[in-house]
Design a protein around this ligand. Sequence first.
Ligand SMILES: N[C@@H](CCC(=O)N[C@@H](CS)C(=O)NCC(=O)O)C(=O)O
Length: 203
Amino acid sequence: MEIRMTKALEFYFDYISPYSHIANAAVKQLKERTGAAVEIKPMFLGAVMQGTGNRPPGMVPAKNTYMLADLERCAKRYGLTIRMNPYFPLVSTRDLLRATIGLAGDPDKQQRFIDTCFHYMWTAPDALKPDDDASVKAMCDANGFDFDEVKQLANDEANKAALKDNTDAAIARGAFGSPTFFVGEDMFFGHDRLDYAAEALTA
Ligand SMILES: N[C@@H](CCC(=O)N[C@@H](CS)C(=O)NCC(=O)O)C(=O)O
């Protein structure tokens, strides 16, 4: 059923975050179910962590153990499987995030690129190394994306500035991790808070 919504859901994420992979699937379901307007906001989680004095949950051993089991459980609900990325966390996702911003003019292609990046980061057997040209090219070639275009979008100064703006805005608005949603200035952290964000869309 289509529900009338005047507000948009802002979806801040980084490919480095496996919970954001699950959130991407959950947001797509929400969009299909309700017709919600979603604003895609790639942000660089490393800078968010640094800017807020936070640290990734995976760095706390007890949280890391819990997270591995929790991710598997949550992914199942969306028909996803999750495996750890062998290059995590010593990689930069900045180029892919900048390229994602550069694809905003073609929302279907942008969404396909987002799905593909998350899939290769956290699900596909041939794990993506997001800052390695050969690895990104292999992903692009296998999924109908033009690697040269992706590279050009990643190097584009406007896309670099937009990623920094998204990241700075996320920090300024109170974000400390990924995924983060905003409905107006109400913030929701985690894919498991999407229901609350959806409620705020109709309030
Ligand atoms: N419960 C949240 C957990 C999300 C989460 O832990 N995200 C990580 C990155 S994968 C993060 O940014 N954590 C920051 C924090 O826990 O303070 C969910 O289900 O989505």
